[in-house]
Write a new protein. Structure first.
Length: 91
């Protein structure tokens, strides 16, 4: 969410917070990867990241979302829930 606000890294404060939050997120991700399979972690990270950015883009940047996009976003959430429900099962 800070990428557009940083205006191509020309604004110091948003760029600084962006770097701190990215580094913090990847640091915390290393703890999760030690406990869960990497495929599950990245699928969850990607799916929920797409969902969250789309919703926050709608709220903060007034970007429009067609009903097909909203349906797709909720399907992503459903799939992430399904994938995480069966992480403890042996494949």
């Amino acid at each position: 969410m800070l990428l557009p606000v940083s205006q191509n890294f020309t604004r110091l404060m948003p760029t600084t917070f962006l770097a701190i939050f990215y580094l913090g997120a990847f640091y915390l991700l290393t703890f999760v990867i030690n406990k869960l399979p990497i495929a599950i972690v990245y699928a969850t990270w990607s799916g929920l990241g797409i969902f969250t950015i789309a919703i926050l883009g709608y709220i903060f940047f007034k970007q429009s979302l067609a009903w097909q996009v909203i349906l797709g976003l909720f399907l992503i959430v459903i799939v992430v829930i399904l994938v995480n429900s069966f992480t403890h099962k042996v494949i």
